[in-house]
Structure formats: C-alpha cells, structure tokens
Design a protein around this ligand. Sequence first.
Ligand SMILES: Cc1cc2nc3c(=O)[nH]c(=O)nc-3n(C[C@H](O)[C@H](O)[C@H](O)COP(=O)(O)OP(=O)(O)OC[C@H]3O[C@@H](n4cnc5c(N)ncnc54)[C@H](O)[C@@H]3O)c2cc1C
Length: 706
Amino acid sequence: MNLSSIAIAAFLSSLSSATADTVLGERSTSEDRGIAALKLRGAQEKTAAGSGIEKGRQLKKKQKDACGPETENSCVATTNVRSPSTLVSCLNGTSSFMDTPVTIIEYPDPKGTDNPFYVNKTVSKLTFPQVDFDDFLEANFNAGLGGPRFPAGIFYAEGQEEVIMAVNCARAAGYKVSPRGRGHSYQGLSSMDGYLVIDLSLMCVPDNFTPTTQNEDHPWLLGGEQKVIGTIKSGSGCTNAVMLAYTAEHFPDDGIYLVGSCPSVGITGYATGGGQGDTTPWVGLGVDDVLSYDIVLYDGTNVTASEKEHSDLYWALRGGGSGFGVITSLTTAVVNAPKPLESSSSSSSRFTYVAQLYKQTQNEAKKFLERFQDFLVPNLPFDSKKYKDKIRNSSARFGGDGQFSTKENEYLAFTGIFLGSKDEAISTFEKAGLRDPDIFKESESVEFEFSSHADVQLFKICYQLGQSPSPSFWQSEWTSASYNVCEDLGIDPDEYCHTKFFYGSITTPVLLPNCDYNQVSFNLEDVKNVILPAIKAAAIKPQSWFNRPGSQKWAPGIPQTVWSLPGGLLVGRLDPDVLLDLANVGVEITHFAHGAPTVVARDETGYSNREEFILLSFAGGGEMEKYEEVASILINKAYGGDSSKLRGYINYVNPVGTTGGDWRTYYFGDNYERLSEIKAEYDVTNGFGNPVQVEPALSKKAKSGK
Ligand SMILES: Cc1cc2nc3c(=O)[nH]c(=O)nc-3n(C[C@H](O)[C@H](O)[C@H](O)COP(=O)(O)OP(=O)(O)OC[C@H]3O[C@@H](n4cnc5c(N)ncnc54)[C@H](O)[C@@H]3O)c2cc1C
C-alpha cells in the first residue's frame, strides 16, 4: 500500500453523498473495479453486437414492469389518468417542441481529427419512447444508479416559463414529474419510472448568473474573520465543475463555493439533500449555503423560498431532499477562505492538497484514531465559543476522505484539502499529534500548494481521475472524455500527458494529463500554468464533455456494474475502542464533515444529521456484509441497543445484468414528521412523488450483534 494506491480508494470513497434523497458512500477496491470495468466492457461489446435489439428487449420489459406509457389509462401505481397524447399536444400547443433539437454534450471542435468521440450529441427537446426510441435512449440516463429506469418522457426545459408549462401539461395529462439536474441520484429519483422528467441542465447558463459581493456574518459560520463575501444566483441544472470555474472567475482570491468530488454531479442535489465536500468543515453543508430557491410547485405556481418568504418550504428544502417542486434557480453563498496565519510568509489565502498515509499496529492505530477524532471534533459542546475557537484555525480548515481500515493492510490514510499554506497544514497536523513519530513512522505524505480553491479542488479531481486502474474515470465514468484527454483539453499531448493502458486484453492507450505526482513527467508548474487553466475552460461550459458523466452512464440499455451501488453510515463522536472496532471492519471514510455543520442545530434545517461528522461508506456485493457489521457495532457498542439511532443510507441493487433490480433506501432522521407535513402542504397531490423517508431494515444479526 502506498500513497498512490490509497488515492485510488480515496477517490472511490469520495464519490458519495450525504444527501437526504440519495445514498451515502461508494467504494470498491482497485482490483474490483478493474475486473468490473473489464466485465462491463465485455457486456458493452456484447450488447453493442446485439445492437438495439437487446436494449430494446430490456427496456420494453422495464417499461411494462414500471407501469410505463404502454399501460396508458390503466396504471394505478403512479396515477390512473395518464395520457401521452394529451401531454404531447399540450406541450406542442405553443410551439413545435418535439422537433427542436437541443445539444446535450459538446465536444471540442474536431478540426481534422477522426476521433469518434468528437461528435456533439443532440436530442429532441421532448423525447418519448413511442416517438423516437433512440433519441429517448440518449436522453434517458442515470449516472448514479445500478440499473436503467424508464420514465414516460423527457423534456429539456430552457427557462422558468417552460418549466411552468411542462408542469401544467404533466398535471393536465395525469403525469407525475421528476425534476432532473445532472442525474446522479443513486436511486434514480430524477427519472422515476412512468413520470415526466423535466431536465434542468440547459438552464445552467453562466452568462445569466448574478454574482453579488457582500461581507456578512451568518449563523452557520464559525465567526471571527469568516464571512459570506458574496452570492451567486444560478440556474438549477449546474454541475460542481461549472460552479468551481465560475467562482474562480468572480471571486478569484479567496472565494469558496461548496462542491463535492465529481465534476459532473449536479448542485441542486447538494442544495436540497445535504451536500458534503472537502470544504464543508469551513463553509458548511450544501444546504447551509443556499439563501433562496425559486421553485415551481405542482399546481404551476412559482414561489421563492427563503428565510423571509415561504420559510417552512425553505426549511424543508434545506435537507429534506427532492419532492417539493421543480427548483429553477438558487442563490448560494460564497464564503471566504481563511487569511494566512501571522507566522505565514504569504500575504494571500493559500490552498493545499494533502495526502497522508499511516502504517500502524493496532495500538498505534487506536492512538491515531483517538487523536484524529479529537482533532476533527474536540470534546466540547458544539455551540460553545471554546469549540468554535478551537477548530477555527485547525480542523475546520481541513476536509477530505480516507481509509479507515486496520484489518488487512494495517493502514489508515486521508486525502483532502487544507485551507492554508503547506507550512500551515504541516504545523496544524503536527500540533494535533498527527505527525508524531510515534504514530507516523514509516508513513508517507505529500503536500502541494495552490492559490485558489478551484485550483486545489480541480487538481484533486484531475489526480484522482487518473488513479483508476483503467483510465475509465476520465474516459467513461465521471466525465465524457475521449481516449486523448489532452486533446479534449486543447493541450499538447506530448508535453503534458502520460499514457495509460486499459487492463487485460484491451490495450487501448489513453492519454491523461500529468496530474499524477507518482509519474516522472509530473511537473507542478505545468499543472498550474497549463493543465488547470485548460480544465477550467472546459469546466465553465455546462454541456461540455467535462460536465457530463461518461459513456457508461449514458447507455441506459446496458447494465451497470455492481460497484456503483453505494451506501453509508454517518457516525459521530465515539469511544476509541469502538472506533478501532469499526476500523477493523475495513471500510472507507467518504467525508470528514465537521466544524461549521456541527454548530448548526439538528432542527434548524431539514437536514438532521448534524452531529454525525464522519461518513463510512459501502458499495454493493460483499460490502453489504460490512454494512451489517458496522451497523451491529454501532447499535450494540455505541447506541445501547437502539437501532433507531443509526443514521445513513443503504441502496442495494441486484448484481450486474438485472434491470431495475431490488433497491431499498433507508433514510433516518429526526425531521421526518415535519418534512412530511410540509411536503403534504406544498405537493398537495403528491405530483412529485419522491419518498421522504423509509424506515431502516436490518437483519436480526445486525440488530442483536450476534
Ligand atoms: C459519482 C458521484 C459522486 C458524488 N459525490 C458526492 C459528494 O462528493 N458529495 C455529496 O454531497 N454528494 C455526492 N454525490 C451525491 C449527489 O450529491 C447526489 O446524488 C445529488 O443528488 C446529485 O445531484 P444531480 O443533480 O446530479 O442528480 P439528479 O439525479 O438529477 O437529482 C437528484 C435529486 O434531486 C432532485 N432534483 C434535481 N434537480 C432538481 C430541481 N431543479 N428541482 C427539484 N428537484 C431536483 C431529483 O428529482 C432527485 O431526486 C455523488 C453522487 C455520484 C453519483
């Protein structure tokens, strides 16, 4: 185990969420993923050979099972009066929407290349399976789900008026509505079977955003120098990458906009479900940062939800997940990064990428876990001045993800972003006893300093995308890059790229940008001066290949691999022996969310999991056993036998090859009753249908601990 291999796992574990409507956590070993990637490729090739026939068969079955449009007027599972013809004529009433093509993925100008990836993808603005099946397949995708879903139709809205019209038409024709941002909901909640999907991605238009500057305290911040320095009003269908690049342009020195780890994930999921990223300990959860939402309700009215207007809806949207309406735009806070400490040589804010790997015995591991927990969340009342003062210049500046495993490899590790210089990062970890030779012997660390949040975050993304056992993170998963990522980025492949090969018999070389510090070709100055500017240029274009999930996610007829099936449990402060027991199970830590989110009380927003600041993540398959083991340890050793104290999400989808599968979601939280009341008030006819919460279901073994 070395720093580069832990980074693979770190990235895998970082692909997860603390959202109320999605599942937490995603993880697999690099080996699993390599095998899975090969299996997938085999499956893709076979399916492609069978062409549309196999896809068609699977989807037809799915359509039938899902109470889809074939069952017009007889489907009671969602609504019993559905009529595609009414919907089509209603949507076509004002203009010929069916025929208007919209571009859903843009590639760079081909300029003489014969690279097959450089084909911009367009679909009709409104697609129905009955009208143009291929068009519908392109438009129908689930970036986070283990199997395809089959909505009744997909409409790409290009403005608030069109959203209102689509909602009104859906209601009149008896359809429920599934708003879709960037389609990363693990359960596919943005493309519910038989619903009309209203896709918001084309409403992300950076030229139309409104940035403001200000200098204000906010209750969820830690106080002191920490301020909201501005806001961005943006369309709701934007991605992490767009917002990072936009913030870098408009708040270049010290602005931070909360984003997670994957460039193509949608921000509205964060803004309603929770939202954890590397800077959460400093800026808060995604839901903390939203100052107002513009939302279209199922009756077609458009309201603004903020502290002053529809404050109950505002409360619910901040953590209650989707199912209240279609959010068309949101205004989100930009928080300043810390100024340099007095001892620092720099005069402006700095941002450091940090990776630390600890090789340890059990005793050392226990010591490490104790210190690490004390560092993240000191044992003081969360709302006390002492607590805030203590973390303001230490752990609130650091967030990330890591490995929490002593079982097989005797290692513990974290990778993340420190808001400060390299020297500040090292001295902060030293002060916390985390570089003490006692527990840090034979260990490794790397630190790279950058001058903006966008740069450090995009470096982390670029590095981690390149750590996949195959180059598939770049190429077919979290972006839609080609086999020559440097050409996609418009940079010289000979100067700034290295080559990686797919595993096994498939030896296609893929050219990746030199963000991998384990390569001899790595040069930090090239990263800063050439690679990151090129990534930002791709990031700011909402429909660019960098903002779209890869081909794997765009093939709804093709079964996805089992490793994309996540789950996770959130844990709070624990006795060190319990922490060690958990580490012995061998799971991943997806996010360290502490600091600011903890100082907000559980009932202050719809997101109730505030005091749980570490997310332990699980994937599908064998990982489900680990879930039971972890659940059992928590219930029996930490929660006095009370399973209702468990917090988290598990989504289980049948292994590769099934369509739809058996999936379950558990969402536990204190705010369930109030959320349900508010949903009943605003979504009177349940036109958005999404579940707010499902009770936990655990095996007897997990409950009893036997
Ligand atoms: C690869 C990957 C990495 C991830 N990494 C992180 C991470 O680092 N941190 C983190 O917190 N989460 C992470 N997540 C989880 C992610 O935050 C959620 O899945 C989020 O909901 C995705 O938003 P989306 O717009 O892409 O998804 P969608 O599937 O489009 O939407 C998610 C939910 O929000 C609803 N919704 C979307 N747009 C609107 C709208 N305009 N109005 C009303 N409802 C809407 C949908 O109906 C659906 O219920 C990750 C997920 C994946 C697949």
